[in-house]
Design a binder for this molecule. Structure first.
Ligand SMILES: Cc1ncc(COP(=O)(O)O)c(C=O)c1O
Length: 372
């Protein structure tokens, strides 16, 4: 297989062989549906899914009934909107929803859409001079969408403090944390954070695509957004249903079982050692010396984003791509921060434990040759 330098970890993490083998083994030897059958094989799958749920719960400091499997961060962030809508009935309330320019399209667009329909009012929480959420100017709001780490800037936000301040201003505020990037680099303890909802994708932490996690702090206080098999205990008549408790209440339909089993293995082999991030510092220093390159991120950020004067980011992406380097170019589904930076898009380098100093030197040499 052709060797490429993959520096697009923030788009999707490369898969550890053990995750691939775990999924293969499950499909070959253990596969059955979950929450449906009573035979030994089906019961074993129930146990496997339950084990991963407990593992995810431990991973973010939650209880297992607070962990709902989704198909990814986008799915979770959209589902939170549906859950809130089905519970509060947004139509007549005109709730104030705070968003910020750090947001990914997946976190903010569902609310922008509802605001466009007149079902809520959006306020944009300001950023400070370092482009972090401005903790001195947190707006009073009913719902607060907090991007814990921008996928363009790569700086962890002090989510705990932000939520504490938001709750001082409105004790009933519903806080929604987009942890899609944050989860890769920072330990999460939802009880410390005190968030109401938190979402992330499996594929960014080494699991497969098609699986994600939605944490709900108070599942009994919310109505489901999806209806179907597995979430209802009994239908008495057309108006009276007895719903299952969380998490089943929020998991209508067959779950992505194989991917959930893979997620368990991905979490098992995740580690806190982010030593590979020193490559970002090295590349930051080297890129800073190349005339025409404007770096948009800080040296100690988890991500390195930049633009090249006079070169469209898509041209850059194509040119470096044919030189066997994978990086992300474009608006990164984060239009608002690019607008704030005065850019249409950028080039993003993000690394993982598979990257070496030789990779970083090759990328720098390649860029130097491309922009001279
Ligand atoms: C900050 C952030 N939020 C949400 C998402 C959406 O994740 P997914 O595409 O896995 O649903 C991403 C993906 O890049 C992201 O970086």
């Amino acid at each position: 297989m052709k060797k490429i330098v993959y520096m697009d970890a923030a788009a999707s993490w490369l898969k550890n062989q053990s995750v691939i083998e775990t999924e293969g083994d499950f499909l070959t030897n253990s596969y059955a549906n979950a929450g449906r059958g009573v035979c030994e094989r089906a019961s074993n799958v129930d146990k496997m899914i339950d084990n991963v749920r407990h593992q995810v719960a431990d991973f973010i400091g939650a209880g297992s009934s607070n962990i709902v499997f989704t198909s990814g961060a986008t799915d979770g962030l959209n589902r939170v909107v549906g859950i809130i809508q089905n519970t509060l009935g947004l139509e007549n309330k005109k709730l104030i929803v705070a968003v910020s320019d750090l947001d990914h399209h997946s976190a903010r667009m569902p609310w922008e859409y509802l605001a466009g329909q007149g079902k809520c009012e959006l306020v944009v929480c300001p950023l400070d001079e370092n482009l972090n959420i401005d903790i001195d100017n947190i707006p009073i709001c009913d719902i607060f969408v907090i991007t814990a780490m921008s996928n363009v800037l790569g700086v962890p936000q002090n989510v705990e403090k932000i939520i504490r301040i938001a709750r001082k201003k409105n004790p009933n505020v519903i806080t929604i944390v987009d942890a899609a990037q944050f989860v890769v680099y920072e330990n999460i303890d939802v009880s410390q954070m005190d968030c109401d909802f938190l979402c992330f994708s499996g594929h960014k932490i080494g699991a497969d695509t098609g699986v994600g996690v939605m944490f709900i702090k108070n599942p009994d206080n919310f109505n489901p957004d999806k209806f179907g098999g597995g979430m209802v205990n009994r239908i008495i008549d057309s108006e009276n249903w007895i719903l299952n408790k969380s998490p089943e209440k929020f998991e209508a339909g067959t779950l992505p079982l194989t991917q959930i089993v893979g997620l368990g293995q991905a979490i098992r082999q995740l580690h806190d050692n982010h030593a590979y991030l020193h490559l970002i510092g090295y590349m930051y220093d080297e890129l800073s010396k190349i005339p025409g390159i404007e770096i948009l991120t800080q040296r100690d950020a988890c991500i390195l984003s930049f633009v090249v004067k006079g070169m469209h980011v898509l041209d850059f992406g194509t040119m470096i791509g044919v030189r066997d380097v994978c990086v992300r170019v474009g608006n990164m589904c984060a239009s608002w921060i690019h607008k704030k930076l005065g850019q249409d898009g950028s080039i993003r380098i993000s690394v993982g434990p598979w990257n070496t100093m030789a990779d970083a030197e090759y990328v720098i040499k390649t860029i130097r040759n491309m922009v001279k």
